[in-house]
Design a protein around this ligand. Structure first.
Ligand SMILES: Nc1ncnc2c1ncn2[C@@H]1O[C@H](COP(=O)(O)OP(=O)(O)OP(=O)(O)O)[C@@H](O)[C@H]1O
Ligand SMILES: [Mg+2]
Length: 368
């Protein structure tokens, strides 16, 4: 497997430009096939470069800043860090910014890309003192690779077995101390031994509307697009607590405004029309979210329904539903995850325009 690109950290403090000088410059890093190519291009364009440019997640940032300062003071490598949380909340961004703040190299790979221990070997032997190895989707590492990584994380040692059976020999190789930053959307799928080998674990939560509005404002500035404060607020409200969604809605609104408005600026009427055309509703739910709720309601009588069954009925991989659709519906209190499966709630039915009246949800569900 070919190694993916390496980005070089930059320890020199830079002034923060209010406007990027080349807003459409080629992305500095290619992350292989992990992302939707479209999202990736856009992600890289707008990705904050320094810790001070990251908006929101104040508590997490506060703790990471302490780790960073201590590391820089002692001139020792950072401990291994696990970042978890739903897609698009800034795990990759945080990992890259940490490496950049430390002024070290950052190698990037992902769980599914590492098929065997030998695929990881080149990353490990290339890891310089204090550098960062970012492993995305770390919950998808194969068991044999996971076992191989344990001594790496604990003692910076690899154990290579040569030969087979009676003649098998184990060779130990020492590595330079470095940092593994793992990212996962499913920390629950990580095995306990792997999870325990991370010195620090941080969970990223959905963003507040005020933080998302600030992200939209800064990014519109980077993209040299004029946007009205009310339009910024609308994007923030409807981006499901997720910076990546906010960026994607901003991109759509910019395209829409370019075509529909002579000045190309994003005003409140423009954003309303743009989001209506995209079928994003007042809470930010899109077609897929509503289809999920409608399937749960009409095919499974409101639940309980297993995720596999839901996925098969909707013809969407259950993993996609679990990663991309359910976290926000759970946060809104639109579904419940019970031991017997997913159940729709009365607030979801109200949102879909189905009045629950005075009856219980269960009674109401009998109607469907
Ligand atoms: N705190 C933040 N401040 C400003 N922009 C952010 C922040 N977090 C994320 N973003 C924006 O959202 C985009 C997506 O973030 P990122 O790629 O880091 O998410 P992720 O958690 O790694 O997602 P995935 O699980 O899909 O890999 C970034 O390119 C960046 O532009
Ligand atoms: Mg990522």
């Amino acid at each position: 497997m070919a190694r993916e690109k390496v980005i070089q950290g930059d320890s020199t403090p830079r002034p923060k430009p209010e406007r990027a000088s080349t807003p459409l410059a080629a992305p500095p890093v290619a992350l292989g096939s992990v992302f939707n190519p479209d999202d990736q291009r856009f992600d890289d364009e707008l990705r904050p470069q320094r810790l001070s440019e990251i908006v929101g997640q104040k508590k997490v940032l506060g703790r990471l800043q302490i780790l960073l300062d201590a590391t820089l003071k002692r001139k020792e490598p950072l401990g291994h860090i696990l970042l978890d949380g739903p897609p698009g909340l800034g795990k990759t961004t945080l990992a890259m910014t940490l490496a950049r703040e430390m002024g070290v190299e950052c190698q990037i790979t992902s769980g599914p890309a590492v098929e065997a221990p030998k695929d990881l070997l080149s990353y490990l032997t290339n890891a310089s003192y204090g550098s960062v190895l970012f492993i995305d989707e770390i919950h998808r590492l194969r068991p044999n690779v996971e076992e191989f990584i344990y001594p790496v994380m604990e003692d910076f040692r690899v154990d290579i077995v040569l030969g087979e059976g009676m003649n098998a020999r184990t060779i130990n190789m020492k590595l330079k101390p470095f940092t593994i930053i793992g990212a996962t959307t499913r920390s629950g799928m990580l095995t306990a031994p792997l999870r325990d080998r991370f010195n620090f674990r941080e969970h990223l939560e959905f963003y507040e509307v005020a933080d998302l509005a600030e992200i939209v404002r800064r990014n519109a500035n980077k993209l040299r697009t004029a946007i009205a404060p009310e339009a910024t607020q609308q994007i923030a409200i409807r981006s499901r607590g997720t910076p990546r969604k906010a960026n994607n809605l901003l991109r759509w609104a910019r395209d829409f405004a370019t075509v529909k408005d002579d000045t190309g600026s994003i005003t409140l009427p423009i954003i309303e029309q743009a989001l209506a055309m995209l079928e994003v509703d007042q809470l930010g739910l899109d077609q897929q979210d509503r289809r999920y709720l409608q399937t749960l309601l009409s095919v499974f009588a409101g639940g309980p329904a297993g995720i596999q069954a839901l996925g098969h009925t909707m013809n969407v991989p259950p993993d996609t539903l679990e990663d991309e659709v359910e976290p926000f519906l759970l946060r809104l209190g639109f579904i419940q995850r019970t031991p017997r499966g997913r159940v729709i709630t009365s607030s979801a039915m109200e949102h879909l325009g189905i009045t629950t009246g005075s009856g219980t949800v269960d009674e109401q569900r009998q109607l469907f």
